[in-house]
Design a protein around this ligand. Structure first.
Ligand code: UN1
Length: 513
């Protein structure tokens, strides 16, 4: 794709070379500090963005509070209709937004389009859900009494999202938050501000067309400071944060100190187990996509490969052959499998991790390198690496957002592989490749994987929106997206109604006056 074509897509999204990063609906507010968005694809400056100022933060939150007062009175299925229209707008803009995601973040165009598809899918899911925000009814122990529970919106939902899924993760949160009757304030990664501005422009048009308060959808731009402001702000009922464990711990601590609600989707250290009963061809496809897709920058990226020693050599042989086929280059060129890392800091982190891995005793199977050759249009390209390692190495215990796969042999039974798989601080995604039902069922049992996602014969990444998404331990325990994740965006109320002429007390207590 040529630069002119890319700019045409950006133009369709109304993205220009200077943007304002603070908004409620279609009202974009001036800011103070400027940040720049450079494309990791070719190093070009895309736009200068005005960050949120203290005054504009105040204004946004005030507007959001006012919008909530109106929005919560609109019936949920009507709120669902707004989300349906948003999904339609995304269908129209899918190509443009997919290109912007690929250009600003660096993932392949196919994955950029896939990310927009996740947004569309969650909108569809939320539309149906808007008629299914069910509570239970209970039988009261008292005569002529009725008990039931209902769910009400929370208020302002703050969304902190990461650069690697610059649009989908916001949509998972907003689509649910909106049908539940909340208004949202988004603090995207400052590495991908334009993706957020483009989304804000799309939803703002839908809100305007429906004559709804624009502040149902708000946007802040800037550094960690704004995440901290949201976390400490009593007016923000729920803070949903996706990103590093370090960031999540800070958000969780601040939100907990004011007894607010948080929903955390943090670091992963995802493993694939390959047993001698695996279909190796199938395992390999899932593995290579899981390890190098999005240049290893998904929270669900396969970072560890736990493989039985009896098949180690054959897996190494097949895997090195597959890695040799991989094409690295512009993510906007369909023939390439892997694009750049997000920025040069990520490249430094990748290089440091490789040398640290060697220092700790890991052996390269496929040696990774920073690609400095002039054929690469920016300084952000690296090649994927595979190291033979030990699970206890400090470097293996850590999540590095880069295409580095640690291969860890196991011996004996599947229980040993499961023990290795669980022996990390994080607990997001996991998978087993095996056609032996005893192995796969054990992996899924209470003695099995301790992760929020446990798959069989598919990779660790690429979860569908219909399931609850998130993980345990240092991954933070939150669940976003499908299943009953919506409950995190609402408050539950238990109602007891007396339709008798008496006032019997519960537990048989007598209190006569
Ligand atoms: C993330 O990396 O934060 O399962 C989200 C997946 C995607 C979502 C990843 N559906 O890989």
């Amino acid at each position: 794709m040529t630069t002119t074509e890319i700019l045409e897509h950006l133009h369709n999204l109304e993205i220009t070379s200077s943007e304002k990063g603070t908004a409620y609906g279609s009202q974009f507010l001036s800011g103070t500090d400027l940040i720049t968005s450079y494309s990791p694809v070719n190093g070009n400056l895309i736009s200068n963005i005005e960050c949120t100022s203290s005054e504009s933060y105040k204004k946004v939150i005030e507007k959001a509070e006012q919008a909530f007062v109106k929005w919560r009175t609109i019936p949920a299925p009507k709120r669902g209709d707004l989300v349906r229209q948003f999904g339609d707008a995304l269908r129209e803009k899918k190509q443009d937004l997919g290109v912007l995601v690929a250009y600003e973040m660096g993932k392949s165009l196919q994955e950029g389009l896939g990310e927009v598809q996740e947004m569309i899918d969650i909108c569809d899911f939320a539309v149906g859900l808007s008629r299914q925000l069910h509570g239970l009814t209970m039988h009261s122990e008292r005569p002529e009494h009725r008990m039931y529970e209902q769910y009400h919106p929370l208020g302002i939902v703050g969304i902190i999202s990461a650069f690697n899924f610059p649009v989908a993760v916001w949509a998972w949160n907003t689509a649910l938050a909106w049908i539940c009757g909340n208004v949202t304030v988004w603090k995207p990664s400052e590495k991908t501000p334009l993706c957020a501005i483009a989304c804000q422009k799309i939803i703002a048009q839908v809100l305007d067309k429906n004559q709804l308060p624009g502040a149902i959808s708000c946007l802040l731009t800037g550094g960690a400071k704004f995440g901290k402001l949201l976390a400490n702000d009593n007016r923000v009922a729920l803070v949903s944060a996706t990103g590093s464990t370090k960031m999540g711990k800070s958000v969780a601590t601040s939100v907990a100190a004011r007894l607010g609600k948080s929903l955390l989707e943090l670091g992963g250290n995802n493993a694939m187990i390959i047993t001698p009963n695996a279909n190796l061809q199938l395992a390999l496809t899932g593995l290579v996509f899981g390890a190098v897709g999005t240049a290893g920058q998904r929270c669900t990226t396969t970072r560890r490969l736990i493989v039985h020693e009896d098949i180690l050599n054959s897996v190494i042989e097949k895997l090195t052959a597959a890695y040799a086929q991989l094409k690295i280059g512009s993510p906007l060129d369909e023939k390439n499998h892997m694009g750049p890392l997000i920025d040069t800091d990520a490249v430094k982190n990748y290089a440091t991790t490789l040398s640290e891995a060697k220092k700790q005793g890991a052996t390269p199977i496929v040696e990774g390198e920073v690609l400095t050759n002039k054929t690469y249009a920016s300084d952000c390209y690296v090649s994927p690496a595979i190291y033979l390692a030990n699970n206890d190495m400090a470097i293996v215990q850590k999540e590095t957002f880069a295409p580095i796969l640690y291969m860890i042999p196991y011996s004996g039974s599947i229980t040993n592989a499961i023990a290795i798989q669980n022996n990390v601080p994080q607990g997001l995604s996991s998978t087993i490749m095996s056609e032996n039902i005893r192995e796969t069922e054990l992996f899924l049992s209470a003695q099995g994987s301790d992760c929020g996602i446990a798959n069989v014969n598919i990779g660790t990444s690429g979860a569908e929106i219909g399931g609850a998404f998130g993980g345990e331990k240092e991954t933070g325990g939150g669940r976003e997206s499908g299943s009953d994740a919506w409950k995190a965006y609402m408050r539950r109320q238990t109602n007891t109604i007396n339709y008798s002429t008496e006032l019997p007390l519960a537990q048989g207590i007598k209190f006569n006056i």
